[in-house]
Ligand binder design. Sequence first.
Ligand code: AMP
Length: 215
Amino acid sequence: MRLVLLGPPGAGKGTQARMLESKLQAPQIASGDLLRTAVRNRTALGLQAKAFMDTGALVPDELVLGMIEERLGQADAQSGFILDGFPRTVAQAEVLASILARRNEKLDKVVAITVPDEEIVKRISGRRTCRSCGAMYHVIYEPPRNMNVCDKCSGDLYQREDDAEHTVRARLQVYASSTRPLLDYYGRSRLLAEIDGIGRPEEIEHQILSALGIN
Ligand code: AMP
């Protein structure tokens, strides 16, 4: 299954992608996670990407596209993938289509998860991320066992610079102007299913699986 998850930051794309990985036998490929790993490892790409990410802007295509193409070329992504956070613009979607065309492949489905802006601000500003392993928590919806300590690796939990409220609002504007046009783009090719992102993760997963014709 070659799937794209679309939706604003905080819509639950990452949660759903992780839940779907085993059912679809396809890896989650999250451009934001790949970029954050590069930032953490202080690679040349990470150092250049950080300033854009901190303000909620999109990282330029010359940094993102090579990284995604390399990831899609890895062995585990040959028979399927769940893209989360990529593509984010029509130009990126066109590049994705041409990467897949070179492999004689096509997307199977694009699922857009919709959530109102105010709910997103509430969700994201409560997020906490592990500095060491990148695991995510929420102070209300998914608290760690001990405040500010990662359950998985005991790393330090912090609020990402781009999860602060003013940056979340900037990211929502970027979503509206750059990413939302993808709904029309994929709607035209009849790949798109829209899912209401309010509800328990299991309910949303169920809706996604129905849209994929599974269950
Ligand atoms: P995310 O975790 O998907 O919300 O991404 C966090 C940040 O990484 C975004 O606010 C952007 O700065 C950057 N980013 C992630 N994916 C992309 C992409 N496909 N194109 C450009 N920038 C991206």
